[in-house]
Design a protein around this ligand. Sequence first.
Ligand SMILES: Nc1ncnc2c1ncn2[C@@H]1O[C@H](COP(=O)(O)OP(=O)(O)OP(=O)(O)O)[C@@H](O)[C@H]1O
Length: 633
Amino acid sequence: MAEQIVAAPPVVSFDYELYEGDPDHLITVVATPNLARPWIDPASLKLKHRIGRGSFGDVWLATHHQSGDDFHQSLEVAVKMLPPIKEDQIEKILRKFEELFVEIKQFQSVCWLHGITIMSGKICIATKFYEGSLGDRMARLKGGKLSLPDVLRYGIELAKGIRELHSIGVLVLNLKPTNFLLNDHDQVILGDFGIPYLLLGTPLRDSDMAFRLGTPNYMAPEQWEPEVRGPITFETDTWGFGCSIVEMLTGAQPWFGKSVEEIYQCVVINQEKPQLPSGLPPAVQNVINGCFEYDLRNRPLPADILHAFESSKNAVCNDGEWIGLGSRILIDKSNSGGYSTWFLSKDHLQVADTVRSRKALNSCRPETMAVTEGTVVGLEKDTDRNGFVLVRIHEMHNPRSVNISSLERVTCGLAAGDWVRLMENSKKHSSVGILHSIQRDGRVAVGFLGLETLWKGHSSDLQMAEPYYVGQFVRLKEHVFTPRFDWPCKRGGAWATGRISQILPNGCLVVRFPGRFVFGDVSNSFLADPAEVESVSFDTCPGVVEKYQHIEDFHWAVRPLVITFSLFTALKLGLFVRKNVGATLKKGRRNPQVHVDGHARDGPTGGNSSAWLPSPVANILFGEGAPTTAAAR
Ligand SMILES: Nc1ncnc2c1ncn2[C@@H]1O[C@H](COP(=O)(O)OP(=O)(O)OP(=O)(O)O)[C@@H](O)[C@H]1O
């Protein structure tokens, strides 16, 4: 099959045209093959030797020979040979590459692409050969780290490269110093233009590769299992950028020395973050800390990073220490409903926008909805930061000045962060998700469990869904027999009830079961599809028994406590009854007319109390020597 594809490659056109070469060799006017076509004849590529081996394939130094009627050219290129891909997928990758090729070639901070070919059944991507990478440079330095001015300079160039790729919808997903190449002007160039993104959704032959989408030490939490903990978005690259900056500043790779499983445990399960060194300009410290937010929506975008790095560039003196005041003040998330500065600055309000008070993120905390619905009629300066807007509220004469961070834009009845349901069910992904963005023209991006990337569509495809919040009790719906994820059962076999401990950006619920007792390291946390669960509360529990059972869901200790308490109460009751019965019996002996002869007239308050109790219970309550009817006689 691969041979068939090789035999029928995209038509190689050698039309002549003028071009301006790669950015390092500007305005070299030559006649050259048609640059809009990425296909390279494999016979024109000669591999010389391997210069590196990465998780996404080997890199070879090669010579690319090109010739036409009146030109001949031999160029040294680097060839990235991708891991084996299932044959029926190769054409798909080639097409994807062709779509990106022309656009990527216009970028200043992304490696110069020569083209693509297939050799020995493997996809090979030829790029300009650079002298080395930032990783190589760092390895040669004492301590392996760069000075702060260099980190800021390279950081700015990198953020620009990432922003360029994002502008055409490409995620890099593999940001790390060995992928940052250096050009002749000591500028950093993105060596990986998004190969993991190119391979996204492509079944690979190597099962280990299929499970990850990047280099573990630099991978964001959602990158490990994008369908489950995703989606992967532009902010996924922000995490990788933060890891690279930490490595440049400290000389130590994040999670160095840990196995892939250990890194997964640290990043995904324990939610740990790489440690930043101290003494950084506050703006840089804020933005890099923001890169390690677990919820990707709270992370900054490359534009925010550029802003912070550029504002700090001039505040750094020669010895690498920073001078002067930092720029942006970090909003304490605890005071802003769980939203970071970066989250809040992603949507800029405009005059005529409909707004309402912002609810706390993933929380049911009752908010004072100061603005249930209003219209923005005026903006203050710096509206993307921490400014104020004038809002006209229905039935209020004068517009009110409201802090921008306490408002959310409502379009077609929806605001970013709302729970939404897709009108048409899909088998592949959950029907309930979280709205990530809504444009003023109604275009939406939604995170759905089961999808690796954001679902894009129109608000008319969605309807509001019941919101979930952290702390809420949930149980699988009755009609769900085979849930998407494992879900524990109670003793009787019914689904257990758990409590939401976290909500992932795709709506996936992390549910803990405090009512279940588990030994040792056994996890008591389960994932759940929001479309498969229903809320459980005292109000929804129909009877007393159900209400009591719901109390047991709060903590596994409730049942043993209740049993102990019941036994204790029974014991106390027994002693109380025994005392009273004893007194009555004594009275009865003194008064022989009291006739103790049978069940009908005996009762708990009269005669021989133990007579109406089964003898074992009587023994427990009154002791072995308790008087039975016969003994009494
Ligand atoms: N265009 C290039 N010019 C010069 N050197 C390159 C080029 N592309 C990659 N390299 C170097 O080749 C080596 C291997 O690169 P490669 O990207 O395969 O490995 P990696 O970065 O460790 O892994 P990954 O496959 O995850 O990207 C690196 O040291 C890198 O700097």
